[in-house]
Design a protein around this ligand. Sequence first.
Ligand code: ADP
Ligand code: MG
Length: 233
Amino acid sequence: MLTIKKLHKSYPIGDSSLHVLKGIDLQVNEGEMVAIMGSSGSGKSTLLNIIGMLDEADLGEYILDGVPIKNLTEKKAAIYRNKFLGFIFQSFNLISYKNALENVALPLYYQGQKRKDRLEKALFHLEKVGLKEWAHHLPNELSGGQKQRVAIARALAANPKLLLADEPTGALDTKTSYEIMDFIQSLNDEGKTILMVTHEEDIANMCKRIVRLKDGVIMEDTAVNQVRASQYV
Ligand code: ADP
Ligand code: MG
């Protein structure tokens, strides 16, 4: 699914720079469910954003589904992003003045799909996350867990090969976190490849593999016995 070799990333800070990623090697295969862990500021989001083509590395190789991601025009990058990737975030990032259905339909708009098809598919995905009855509600009428479900439905709408999640449970209470993890596990059971960032050990243990970042490199990369979230919900 993706291969990263000797990836480096620095941010300019005044006259100097902050070297955040110092040679990352990572391979993720289809069907995996991987947690990226590390303390705050260790570069987890930086790595995920590069993988998600929201940011670019300074050095190194990145191949996504056979496509070398380097020096792509913004237009090409947008096409690959829409075709390959779905995102969810800690803060949900829903559009506040659009209802749940319109939020979910948005990626399909960017793909140029017809309005009728978009809304039909969006409703299908909202139903999948259990929110069909909430289709016409605005984000601020939904609970945190419901908002994240809408965000997941939106991330899945264009049927991406890879789902990227940056602290998807970070803004949720424990019970709701496990409900969301239960749903993410069910997606992985169906074959979706998942790469998520978390700093919570119990959430990471619900993945199948944990990659630990420290001082800009991967200091540990191990398979784990997946804890099922369903036992807590
Ligand atoms: P994490 O997600 O693990 O908490 P980040 O990837 O967000 O870490 O950040 C890694 C380091 O890079 C932090 O020290 C952060 O302050 C810094 N950083 C992140 N984004 C930027 C940016 N756009 N400009 C400058 N520094 C940044
Ligand atoms: Mg982060």
